[in-house]
Ligand binder design. Structure first.
Ligand SMILES: [Zn+2]
Length: 113
């Protein structure tokens, strides 16, 4: 393989320890074989991946909301809908209590009085 991709990561000697070599940014192929061609992502590949990931993440709240509404609609058709809603509300309150307890515990670890 030739081209700019091969030049992407490089072994450098840090000034504070010139006998050391660091592979920057570094890919596993070159860590394992000093002479291997670089397989680091190009900047364009990273930008494309991040754009794809952002698109996925932006769609996630809509997916979760659709899932929630579909489930609520299904529960509404259930013969025991009231009990299911009551149980869900109790679960919600219990989770909220547990999360608050964890937050409280973490806060007291950070700020012991
Ligand atoms: Zn590399």
């Amino acid at each position: 393989m030739t081209g700019p991709r091969e030049l992407r990561c490089a072994w450098i000697a840090p000034s504070e320890d010139p006998n050391t070599r660091l592979l920057v940014p570094g890919c596993m192929e070159r860590v394992q074989d000093w002479e291997a061609p670089c397989t680091c992502k190009t900047t364009a590949e990273e930008v494309t991946e991040l754009e794809e990931r952002l698109t996925e993440l932006k769609a996630e709240p809509d997916r979760q909301e659709d899932r929630y509404h579909a489930l609520v609609a299904a529960v509404g058709q259930h013969h025991d809908a009231a009990a299911l809603h009551q149980q869900a509300a109790e679960n919600f309150r219990e989770r909220r209590r547990m999360k608050a307890a964890v937050r409280h515990e973490n806060a007291s670890k950070e700020n012991p009085s």
